[in-house]
Design a protein around this ligand. Structure first.
Ligand code: PLP
Length: 388
């Protein structure tokens, strides 16, 4: 059997990973500024993470949600403490799309309504409602097309107000990434998030904060939406939650009441996933990784802003984007193959940095050195002026 070919793939096979570094089968070492798409939160193969999962594996790997699984409660308590949402409740599942799917479904059950507001350039996943709320028609199959999603311009308070004025009674939820990831590292304005909060409260709609990519401390706060000092009704979580172990969840405000049968899953909340997620939170706390994300992220941004060929350096914490001019369109590829540095992209010309939250200043300096050198090499063969 062959694999179903759905990804453009780099011809690299990774055999070892540690902290912010990975090694291929030729023994080449790479600096990981991509974190396997924002997934590596505490660093590859962190010893506490490995031990926690191994210990759990030796006790019990799986039983269904028909019995008490104490480690789920342990995780919920720890997550409440680290995120500051101690009075919220946790529903566990397996991926970001599933988290958003459940969040929107719950909002619809709660309000009895059908319409969801999403924003231009959003990405919420590839399952039915999540992909319908994603602003990319190419990945929406005919069966996923629905009139229930209303797309509005990002950060546009006037359109949002007009939409609520016209259809407020039909709006089940507003779903928004605090920082759009796949869309190109677009930071939601604090005033925009505050406006969503006010309008959702006024119209009894549900505010869903998609924190799959921008959450879990990546922005320097647990939820990037926290910068606006607002509480969402539901936060969706995945990626950094398990540092590579598939685990996801939604964190639900106390006024949203559960009913049996409303949500469910076979694998969600399995003991191994909970052990992984607990290990991540323990390390975020003990190594003060949110503070590190802010410090090292601020440093990276200020140094990148000094490289004047890079445009619109933006983001928060260790979720950073910048645009490259046409002449440097191969920069990301060259960083990978010449400098051995992994970075992410967003079409058409954005490079995204999504490294481990444990990235050190030394690692950041190594990256800065590599990008300066690569730009220098590239501009000396183009007609751009060397401004590195
Ligand atoms: N939401 C956001 C903001 C994402 O960036 C992603 C994935 O990139 C998802 C949801 C979907 O997550 P998953 O791929 O785990 O289903």
């Amino acid at each position: 059997m062959k694999l179903f070919d759905v990804y453009p793939i780099n011809n690299i096979s990774i055999v070892k990973a540690r902290g912010s570094y990975i090694w291929d089968d030729q023994g080449l070492q790479y600096l990981d500024m991509y974190g396997g798409h924002a997934v590596i939160s505490i660093g590859h193969t962190h010893p506490h993470f490995v031990k926690r999962i191994t210990d759990q594996l030796n006790k019990v790997a799986f039983y269904s949600n028909s019995v008490i699984i104490p480690i789920q409660q342990e995780l919920a308590e720890k997550l409440g403490k680290v995120s500051g949402k101690e009075d919220y409740r946790l529903f566990l599942c397996n991926s970001g799309a599933e988290a958003n799917e459940n969040a929107m479904k719950l909002a619809s059950f709660h309000t009895g309504r059908k319409k969801i507001i999403a924003f231009r350039k959003s990405f919420h996943g590839r399952t039915s409602l999540a992909v319908a709320a994603t602003d990319n028609p190419v990945i929406v199959a005919p069966v996923n097309q629905t009139d229930n999603i209303i797309f509005l311009p990002f950060n546009d308070e006037t359109s949002l107000e007009a939409c609520f004025r016209a259809q407020g009674k039909e709006i089940a939820a507003v779903i928004i990434e605090g920082i759009q990831g796949v869309g190109g590292i677009n930071v939601a304005k604090e005033s925009f998030l505050q406006k969503i909060r006010t309008l959702c409260t006024e119209h009894e709609s549900v505010f869903i904060a998609d924190s799959v990519q921008c959450g879990y401390g990546r922005s320097g706060k647990f939820f990037s939406h926290d910068y606006a000092d607002v509480d969402a009704d539901i936060y969706s979580l995945a990626k950094g939650m398990g540092n590579g172990f598939p685990v996801a969840g939604i964190v639900i405000a106390p006024h949203l009441q559960p009913k049996h049968g409303m949500l469910g899953t076979t694998f969600g909340g399995n003991p191994l996933a909970c052990a992984a997620a607990l290990a991540v939170l323990e390390v975020i706390e003990s190594e003060q990784l949110m503070r590190n994300a802010k410090t090292v992220g601020d440093y990276l941004q200020s140094e990148l802003k000094k490289i004047s060929v890079l445009q619109n350096v933006r983001g928060k914490g260790l979720m950073i984007g910048f645009d490259v001019p046409e002449e440097l369109k191969d920069l990301r590829k060259n960083l990978l193959f010449n400098q051995h540095v992994f970075t992410g992209e967003a079409k058409p010309n954005t490079i995204r940095l999504l490294p481990s939250l444990a990235l050190s200043k030394k690692d950041a300096d190594e990256f800065l050195e590599s990008i300066r050198e690569e730009i220098h090499n590239m501009v000396s063969t183009s007609n751009l002026v060397d401004q590195t």
